[in-house]
Each structure stands twice: as structure tokens, then as C-alpha cells.
Design a protein around this ligand. Structure first.
Ligand code: NAP
Length: 482
């Protein structure tokens, strides 16, 4: 009979699981049971890391027997069918009160479904978003757990012990019940898409508008990383742009095929936003920009379409770079504001009590979008927990006021020069859309009423109205059909 010596277990020992298991084992008080569907990965891990004192198991029964109660296991397997298969196996060997954590990148609606099904067995199920890739898993990720309050009592101290630390605080908080953690992780990834696209557009404009080399642009990004744009993504961009290809001695960025891949969490963010009716246009443009880049046949078919013919450079590179920096900052504020809008809408839809300021705080360390200005988001929600619009909070309103003229110059310049800047320009359009006193939505309502009798409301009196477009064009009171 195996002795129950481990207080935590990990199922799935590929890159993420093995690093997370090592992180857990390195923290005082933890003994980690490990299991993988194919035992060779388990053998490799325990062989390479004898210092971790792992308790290996070759089947689910032995794995369950090696865990003290309440048994707690973190699943780190390929999201989807693999997760369901492992959950089924674990529920067969676990008992009521035990805790199953899915640390993979699950779709939050799957997590809601799984939590409901597992709860019926008396076992707790927690969907936990884990950000930071391989390095984060090993040294400290940002962790976004959902699940029940009961499971958080056991899980909280374990997750706090392995999370990244930002300004003395572990980057983990109990986000909300059932799928809340995976929902917030999904939006995190959507913001990551937007942030990366914005940085890409900034690089492209500087590269094409000045005679700077990638290495020189690396210096620009390194400089930006000392100010309000300071972030992991800006930091690694400088490193990437400095990298020289060993074979060709060209900048590495120039020999990488310009077709961006995606694993789907950005698309989930946008699909969910569409369902919730939340305009996350910056994130959507970032997802679409990756799709466009990965359409070589269409790009080839379009390559002879007309555009500005003259080679373009700016007159004052320093001023232009300063403008691009401002455009990047302003657009980034919009991307976060849109992402938090989606979190607010998701929380309302699914009944989660999500503390927005805490989310910004746990994104300060361990994760890909970690950035200095997340503190400002936490402060904004500390001042007003029910903030209607993050971008309109005083700090961000001031920043947008300070940067908006440069932002407009950059978008106008990009359009005239024929340089695609979908995330910069859609963020600006969103900003101006929100600011507008009147929107052409009034005309759209009239059109809808014309062809579909969808009715409209008036600015000057209560009620719902319809114009008899195919009759005498008089207006009648109507039932609201939307
Ligand atoms: N890579 C990242 O940077 C990153 C970052 C955040 C989150 N994540 C998420 O973390 C999870 C793990 O990622 P990963 O890159 O380490 O691994 P992965 O390549 O996504 O998955 C490989 C692991 O899944 C197991 N697996 C697949 N199907 C299974 C099944 N039907 N039953 C049991 N086990 C099964 C494999 O076991 P075998 O060895 O037996 O095939 C292996 O341990 C994923 O959900 C991923 O989305 C990854």
C-alpha cells in the first residue's frame, strides 16, 4: 500500500506540468506526487530532478494513494479531450472533499460544465488560469483560480507559495467561482494579443518611416522600457530586435517568416466579447492581423493592388518616434479598458464577484502582460470599484489627453503612407466613438425601421416609434421590437 506522503500532485508532465511540479517541490513543506499518461515522461522527470523528491505514480490508483487528504491535484495536460479524460480518471479514485485543479488553457464554458459535473461527486473542481509560459511555471507564474470557496482554503496557500511575487504580493487571487479564473485568463491572453500587435505596429512604423535598423530600434524600445511603457513585452522586443541570425548575419527579425500563429485564446476572447456585446476592437484587430498575416495566397494576390507609390520617410525621426510612443501608450490604455469591460460583462453574465483591481495586481508579475501601469489600474479600481470606463479614470483620462494628438498624427501618417496600423487606428476610432455626442447609430436605426420595421426611440419623447415608410410616411407609436 502506497503511503500518502504528498500534499499536492501534478498530472501531465510536459513542459508546463514538469516545470510547475519542480516549482511546487522547491517550496518549503511541499511533497509532490507526479503522474503522466505515458510513464516515460515521469521517469525522465524524476531522473533529471532527484533533488525535487517527487513521488512518482504509474497509475491513477497509486497517484491517489500517494496524496494526503484532502487530495489536491493540478492537471497540466493538452486542453480539451485530454482534460476530460484525466478528470474522469481522477474522479474515479478521488473522494468527496478532494480537489481537482485544471491549470491548462481551458475554455471557461468547458470549466463551468466540468465544475458542475464534478461537484455532483462531492469533489471540488477548480479551473485555474496559469500565465507565464515555461519560465513562469518554474519560477513563479501569475495564477487566476476559479472554483469554490471551500477548495480555496486548501489551495490558496499552495498557489500563493508558487506564484510570482510583485511588490511583495503573490500574483494569485481567488478570482471567482467555477469558470471565472479561466475567463480572466482568456481576457489576459486577448490583451496580450493586442499589446503584441501594438508593439508590432510601432516597430513597423519606425522601421519604415526612419532609416533605423532593428538594432537601433531595439535601443528605442529599451529607452521606452524605462518609462510608463515599462513592461515585459517591451523589454523582450528590444532583445528580439537586437538578435542577429547566426547563418546570414542579418537581423533575426528579417529572416523570420512574417506569418503569425495563434493557439486560439485570442479568438475566444473576441468570440466571447461578441456574445456579450462588448466592443473589444483592439483585441479583435490583433487577432485578425495575425489571420491576415497567415494568408500568403491572398497577400500575393493583393501585392499589386495600388497604394502610395513614393518611398516614405519622416522629416523628423525623433519627433515621429515620440509620437509613435504616445500612440502606443494611448492604444494600450484602450486595449486594457476594453479587456476590463469584457471582464465586467462576463462577471455580470455568469454571476462572478470579480475584483478588478485585484486582477490588475496579479498581472504585475509572472505573466506575459506584466507592466508598470497595472498599478494605475489597481488604483483606479481602488478609487471606484464600479468604474464605468477604465479609460475615463483620472490617471488614464490625463494620459489620453496628453497623447491623443500624437496618436492622431500617427494614424493619419500611417494611412497616408499605406502602412497598416489596424490596432492603433481601431483603438482611436473606439476612443472617438465613445467620446462622440451623437453617433450615426441614429441613421442606422432609421434604416432598420425602413426595411424591417424594427422601430426606434426619439430623443425628445418617451415611447417606441415606427415610420410608415411604404405608406404616407407618417409616424406611429409602436411596440419595441429592437
Ligand atoms: N506552453 C505554454 O506556454 C503554456 C502556457 C500556459 C498554459 N499552458 C497550458 O498548459 C497545459 C499544458 O501545456 P504543455 O505545453 O505543457 O503540454 P501540451 O503539449 O499542451 O500537452 C501535453 C501533455 O498532455 C498530456 N495528454 C494529452 N492528452 C492526454 C490524455 N487524453 N490523457 C492524459 N494525458 C494527456 C500528455 O501526456 P503524454 O505525455 O502521455 O502524451 C502530456 O503530458 C495546456 O493546457 C496548455 O494550453 C501552456
Amino acid at each position: 500500500m502506497t503511503e500518502a506522503t504528498a500534499n499536492i500532485g501534478v498530472v501531465g508532465l510536459a513542459v508546463m506540468g514538469s516545470n510547475l511540479a519542480r516549482n511546487l517541490a522547491s517550496r518549503e513543506g511541499n511533497t509532490v506526487a507526479v503522474f503522466n499518461r505515458h510513464y516515460d515522461k515521469t521517469e525522465t522527470l524524476i531522473g533529471e530532478h532527484p533533488e525535487a523528491g517527487f513521488v512518482p505514480a504509474s497509475d491513477y490508483e497509486a497517484f491517489a494513494a500517494s496524496l494526503s487528504k484532502p487530495r489536491t491535484a493540478i492537471i497540466m495536460v493538452k486542453a480539451g479531450a485530454g482534460t476530460d479524460a484525466v478528470i474522469t480518471s481522477l474522479t474515479e479514485v478521488f473522494e468527496p472533499g478532494d480537489i481537482i485543479v485544471d491549470g491548462g488553457n481551458a475554455l471557461f464554458t468547458d470549466t463551468i460544465r466540468r465544475e458542475k459535473a464534478v461537484r455532483e461527486t462531492g469533489i471540488n473542481f477548480v479551473g485555474a488560469g496559469i500565465s507565464g509560459g515555461e519560465e513562469g511555471a518554474l519560477n513563479g507564474p501569475s495564477i487566476m483560480p476559479g472554483g469554490s470557496d471551500e477548495s480555496w482554503v486548501t489551495l490558496g496557500p499552495i498557489l500563493r507559495s508558487i506564484a510570482a511575487i510583485a511588490e511583495g504580493e503573490p500574483c494569485v487571487t481567488h478570482v471567482g467561482h467555477d469558470g471565472a479564473g479561466h475567463f480572466v485568463k482568456m481576457v489576459h491572453n486577448g490583451i496580450e494579443y493586442a499589446d503584441m500587435q501594438l508593439i508590432g505596429e510601432a516597430y513597423d512604423l519606425i522601421r519604415r518611416g526612419t532609416d533605423k535598423s532593428p538594432a537601433e530600434i531595439a535601443d528605442v524600445f529599451a529607452d521606452w522600457n524605462t518609462g510608463e511603457l515599462e513592461s515585459y513585452l517591451i523589454e523582450i522586443t528590444a532583445e528580439v530586435l537586437r538578435q542577429v541570425d547566426a547563418d546570414t548575419r542579418k537581423p533575426l527579425v528579417d529572416v523570420i517568416l512574417d506569418q503569425a500563429g495563434a493557439k486560439g485564446t485570442g479568438a475566444w476572447t473576441v468570440q466571447t466579447a461578441l456574445d456579450l456585446g462588448i466592443p473589444v476592437s483592439g483585441i479583435a484587430e490583433a487577432v485578425f492581423a495575425r489571420s491576415l498575416s497567415s494568408k500568403p495566397a491572398q497577400r500575393a494576390a493583393a501585392s499589386d493592388l495600388p497604394g502610395p507609390s513614393e518611398a516614405w520617410t519622416v522629416d523628423d525621426p525623433d519627433a515621429f518616434i515620440s509620437d509613435v510612443r504616445d500612440a502606443l501608450y494611448a492604444s494600450k490604455i484602450i486595449a486594457y479598458s476594453q479587456g476590463f469591460d469584457e471582464i465586467v460583462a462576463g462577471a455580470a453574465q455568469y454571476g462572478w464577484d470579480i475584483k478588478k483591481g485585484d486582477i490588475a495586481a496579479i498581472w504585475r508579475g509572472g505573466c506575459i502582460i506584466r507592466a508598470r501601469f497595472l498599478n494605475r489600474i489597481t488604483e483606479a479600481y481602488a478609487d471606484d470599484a464600479d468604474l464605468t470606463l477604465l479609460a475615463a479614470a483620472p490617471y488614464f483620462a490625463e494620459a489620453l489627453g496628453r497623447t491623443q494628438e500624437a496618436w492622431r498624427r500617427v494614424v493619419a501618417t500611417a494611412a497616408q503612407a499605406g502602412i497598416p496600423s489596424p490596432a492603433f487606428s481601431s483603438s482611436l476610432a473606439y476612443y472617438d466613438g465613445l467620446r462622440a455626442d451623437r453617433l450615426p447609430a441614429a441613421l442606422i436605426q432609421a434604416q432598420r425601421d425602413f426595411f424591417g420595421a424594427h422601430t426606434y426611440k426619439r430623443v425628445d419623447k418617451e415611447g417606441t416609434f415606427h415610420t410608415l415608410w411604404s405608406g404616407d410616411r407618417s409616424e406611429i407609436e409602436s411596440v419595441d421590437t429592437h
